[in-house]
Design a protein around this ligand. Structure first.
Ligand code: SF4
Length: 256
């Protein structure tokens, strides 16, 4: 898929979500919240469900929890427009109650399709409901900060999942801020490890991923090439592994 094709496929899902009536959460919503982010990202954050502000604006993580998430991303040198952010349910549970299992099940195909399109290297779960989707049976208090392969049935066919507390938990319990920051600080290395694993498995050969995003730790220098026969002057290395123009990448960012 080209970035344009991915963007169009994600927009189609967003349209479907906005019109969805598959579960009772549709009755109380102001706006559905499909998710948003960069179509070429390697990192997807998955929260629980929209809150009041998200329901009003139709965008994920725009309230106080979103402000904290943005702050934590900044601590590791990432920006929210470089990643994709969504939830396991796309409509607000009334009174911010937990989503019911049948609501999560009804909404799961949308998340699966988003992940299938994005093919992330790293899926970051935020909170226990997202955790249960990617690591069934795990308890957030025991596994936060750890990683393991994501089940391909989630739609993330070759991803590592990293488990974090939900930012809202850190707003309620101040001591969790440091925990979240420490867990967040492990993400750049988790992305590098997953990227290396995927490259080893041949996933790097797929041409649909642009410049590894977000930028993290430096890659090791490639081994020097043996002296080649004279050839035409090569193109300067593009930021896009799939041959995308850097200006296109900037335009994509600006169009978020
Ligand atoms: S929560 Fe998901 S399944 Fe339920 S109405 Fe909203 S989009 Fe549809």
């Amino acid at each position: 898929m080209t970035p344009e094709e991915r963007r169009a496929a994600l927009a189609k899902i967003a349209d479907e979500v906005s019109a969805c009536r598959k579960c009772p959460l549709s009755m109380g919503r102001t706006r559905a919240v499909p998710g948003e982010g960069h179509p070429d990202t390697e990192v997807v954050f998955v929260g629980e469900g929209p809150g009041y502000n998200e329901d009003q604006q139709g965008r994920p993580f725009v309230g106080a929890a979103g402000t904290l998430l943005n702050e934590l991303l900044g601590k590791i040198g990432w920006r929210r427009d470089e990643v994709f952010i969504t939830n396991v349910v796309k409509c607000r549970p009334p009174g911010n109650r937990d989503p019911e299992p049948q609501e999560i099940a009804a909404c799961a195909p949308y998340l699966e399709r988003q992940l299938a399109i994005l093919d992330p290297a790293l899926v970051v779960t935020l909170g226990r409901h997202s955790l249960q989707t990617f690591r069934p049976g795990a308890r957030i208090g025991q596994v936060h900060g750890t990683q393991q392969p994501a089940p391909p049935a989630t739609g993330a066919r070759d991803a590592t999942t990293a488990s974090l507390y939900h930012p809202a938990a850190a707003l309620r319990q101040n001591s969790l801020r440091e925990t979240m920051l420490a867990d967040m600080a492990r993400l750049p290395q988790a992305l590098l490890d997953s990227r290396a694993r995927r490259a080893g498995a041949g996933a790097q050969a797929t041409p649909n991923q642009a410049e590894p995003r977000p930028p993290t730790a430096p890659e090791p220098d490639p081994a020097p090439e043996p002296a080649p026969a004279p050839e035409p002057e090569p193109e300067p290395m593009s930021v896009a592994a799939g041959g995308h123009d850097p200006d296109d990448q900037m335009e994509l960012l600006l169009n978020q």
